[in-house]
Design a binder for this molecule. Structure first.
Ligand SMILES: [Zn+2]
Length: 309
């Protein structure tokens, strides 16, 4: 009897403390970069315990009838804080949660919206990408951001899949979603707000933060022209500050071209992978944040792709 009472009290207390923790999560700081378009700028860092995985740019767009969230951050806590930021600006329903691709810093916050009747939207390849990589992400990111933050993370697959192009109506405002062939990753999706000409580029667009190749360098290079042709005025990159469109692509284009040319030279000279990764892209070192964290990995990806051409 006493044990049962204690269990009941404990249950009430633990529910109360969870609710309190959730209520005390402050709204994420966001900037209104165009009317009704809000962005939270992630830290230009790797995911760590101290930044709580909050390294990606995430945001939301408010229409007359509904809201769309674009990416949910690197933890459920960040997703909840994004939801708080939305709630502090509008009581319209969050009808869509759009994921620009399957990397942890963009999708780990999805569960914050899971009980919210939002429809999850993504590239047609995203379910497969999450199924393939998900278990690895859930395991390996414990080491980086800690068990406590990871305990809540659930990988939520999109139920609305974008094959080529799709529009979403938020009421007086239309978003055009475009699914891209494998470039930065195999599930890249861009979101263009027709009302303000604001493009959420996901990780097809990096600014200041060195680009990360998890798909195909060659395809990414061929995708830059059609990407630049999108009728946008400004871009929210997946990482780094916003910029004018399409000029914001120039640095990324130069980096990817340089890396490709350098690796190609190494391969044609028969240089081994190790020396290629040490020299490729070296001229770009001073121009990017996190260069030492990702450049060798990018060069490795480029090398294996170019080697087999
Ligand atoms: Zn990212």
């Amino acid at each position: 009897m006493i044990a049962r009472m204690l269990r009941a009290i404990f249950a009430v207390l633990s529910i109360a403390s969870t609710v309190q923790a959730q209520q005390s999560d402050p709204p994420l700081p966001v900037s209104e970069i165009a009317p009704g378009v809000y962005v939270h700028f992630g830290a230009v860092e790797l995911m760590t315990r101290s930044n709580e995985g909050g390294i990606a740019n995430i945001g939301f767009i408010i229409g007359n009838d509904a809201v769309a969230a674009i990416d949910t951050g690197g933890s459920v806590r960040e997703g909840r804080r994004l939801l708080q930021a939305i709630r502090s600006r509008t009581d319209r329903p969050v009808r869509y949660v759009i994921n620009t691709h399957g990397h942890p810093d963009h999708v780990f916050g999805n569960a914050a919206f899971g009980s919210y009747a939002a429809t999850f939207v993504g590239h047609k390849n995203l379910p497969q990408a999450l199924a393939t990589r998900g278990p690895f992400y859930l395991e390996s990111f414990r080491r980086l951001i800690g068990d406590e933050l990871m305990a809540e993370v659930r990988l939520i697959e999109p139920t609305v899949l974008v094959d080529n192009e799709m529009t979403l109506d938020l009421g007086g405002r239309t978003l055009t979603l475009k699914a891209w062939p494998t470039a930065h990753s195999d599930s890249d999706l861009t979101v263009l707000d027709g009302t303000t000409g604001t493009l959420f580029g996901g990780d097809l667009v990096f600014s200041g933060h060195i680009p990360i190749i998890d798909g195909s360098l060659r395809r990414w290079l061929t995708m830059l022209d059609p990407l630049a042709a999108l009728p946008a005025r400004q871009v929210v990159p997946g990482h780094g500050p916003i910029g004018a469109w399409p000029g914001a692509l120039d640095d990324e284009r130069r980096y990817l071209q340089t890396l490709s040319a350098d690796v190609r030279t190494s391969v044609s000279r028969g240089a081994p992978l190790k020396s290629a990764t040490e020299t490729a892209g070296a001229a770009e070192k001073s121009r990017w944040q996190l260069f030492d964290d990702y450049n060798a990995r990018n060069a490795t990806a480029a090398y294996s792709e170019i080697e087999w051409e």
